[in-house]
Write a protein that binds this ligand. Structure first.
Ligand SMILES: [Zn+2]
Length: 444
């Protein structure tokens, strides 16, 4: 009796198992057939492009429970769509080159931007919209038909996926080329420099390269070969304030209109104003000149600086570190703002404007070193030049100055010559208030 019962149970077990296997077999056959049927239909309809595949799937399957995966899918489509709006290669290339500061740092930053751009337009991301992915999404019940139709209608780039892939491939290739050109510039960074928006090339190879880039990317840049003069005379102009109604010593202040006429003249007659710290490179320029302002009056910021900006002229301003702010001197904010401009180099005019030759060694040391320390902390950059107050110096002054600075400015009248620089007693030419433009031209 017991034996019979066990046999019946075993038979029931076998039957249940068989039914289970059969159902599973049927189910997987069903899925397999469904997939085969779809694939067969793709073949029959001679679907060739992703666009057609997409349309085909849109009409095939239905799904009921859109879940998180679908949201992700939608997000991805939105992102792709957004990227698609911004592809503009020419603008990108022009931004890379039309810069006044094509130094190593800039080039490295630009390479980084190109890498970002490439990763943004990756073709791999488009594989998400291929046949296999869509089929998986439908069969795994991640997407419903209505959503797919809606996405398809709203996003042009999905309708033209093949075209989009080609477009991106070309764009990425162009970016890679652009990057290799930046690599070339990085390797040859010592062979050129930029001066007054002009790329000055030290050899023919780099000259040809820039001309090639100019044509290829339709760049608005000027390119030329460097001419090095054996020596140059450099007038260093000495100004104080730029003000119509002066206070104190009248001759310290040039009228605003006169100053503008003088700057306009320099700008229109081929003069290149440079920083004092660049005087040793003056041989690169046909007509080098240096514009200096002593004392750091507020009107240099309010009156002279806008004119220098208008004509894009470099100038040097010497601050009395203990007298910054108040009614007549530039504030620290003004000084910092000017120092951050590529047109202005700030230097020292000591701590308290004493005639240095009248001081003890330790007082000279204090005036010279403390002003440098204060200005460097304020401006967060090296201060390389000092102008001696009232032009007062002696051997002790120049000796102490040489410990802290690269150059010292005197008020000895005359021009400097690059073949024989008076490094710590640079000569200057005073620009008087009563000068006519003709007189101004004659002192240059
Ligand atoms: Zn002074």
């Amino acid at each position: 009796m017991k034996k019979k019962k066990i046999i019946v149970l075993i038979i029931i077990g076998i039957i249940v198992t068989l039914i289970g296997v059969l159902l599973f077999y049927q189910y997987s056959q069903h899925r397999k057939q469904k997939q085969l049927r779809i694939e067969q239909e793709i073949k029959n309809q001679k679907i060739e492009s992703t666009k057609q595949e997409y349309e085909f799937y849109l009409n095939k399957e239905i799904l009921e429970n859109p879940e998180d995966d679908m949201k992700q899918f939608l997000n991805s489509i939105n992102q792709e769509n957004k990227k698609n709006e911004t592809i503009n290669y020419d603008t990108f290339a022009q931004n890379v080159f039309n810069s006044n500061t094509l130094d190593n740092e800039h080039i490295i930053n630009m390479k980084q931007s190109i890498d970002n751009e490439i990763s943004l337009y990756t073709i791999e991301s488009l594989t998400y919209f291929t046949k296999d992915n869509l089929l998986d999404s439908i069969q795994n019940e991640e997407l419903d038909k209505d959503t797919l139709i809606q996405m398809y209608e709203e996003h042009e780039f999905i309708k033209n996926l093949e075209e989009e892939k080609t477009k991106r491939k070309i764009y990425i290739q162009k970016l890679e080329t652009l990057k290799s050109e930046l690599d070339y510039l990085l390797e040859n960074t010592d062979e050129y420099y930029i001066q007054n928006n002009e790329y000055i090339c030290k050899n023919d190879e780099i000259l040809n390269k820039f001309n090639e880039l100019k044509e290829k990317y339709n760049l608005e840049i000027n390119v030329s070969k460097e001419i090095i003069y054996t020596s140059k005379e450099v007038p260093i102009l000495c100004y104080h304030g730029v003000l119509d109604v002066p206070w104190g010593i009248t001759d310290l202040f040039v009228r605003v209109n006169d100053f503008e006429a003088q700057m306009q003249y320099l700008s229109e007659n081929g003069y290149t104003p440079i920083f004092v710290s660049e005087i040793e490179e003056a041989n690169r320029y046909e007509k080098p000149i240096i514009i200096t302002f002593d004392d750091g009056y507020k009107d240099v910021y309010t009156n002279a600086y806008p004119i220098l900006q208008k004509y894009k002229l470099k100038a040097n301003v010497y601050m009395i570190s203990g007298w910054i702010g108040g009614d007549v001197y530039m504030t620290s904010d003004m000084t910092i703002e000017m120092s951050n401009s590529p047109l202005i180099e700030i230097g020292s005019h000591t701590v308290s404007h004493k005639a240095l030759a009248n001081l003890s060694n330790s007082d000279i040391e204090y005036e010279v070193s403390e002003s440098k320390k204060t200005l460097e902390a304020m401006l967060n950059k090296e201060v390389k030049v000092i102008a001696y107050p009232t032009g007062s110096f002696d051997e002790r002054v120049t000796s102490i100055t040489s410990k802290y600075y690269q150059y010292g400015l005197s008020t000895i009248d005359g021009k400097e010559n690059t073949s024989n620089l008076n490094t710590y007693t640079l000569k200057r030419i005073y620009v008087h208030r009563n000068y006519s433009l003709e007189q101004f031209k004659n002192i240059l």
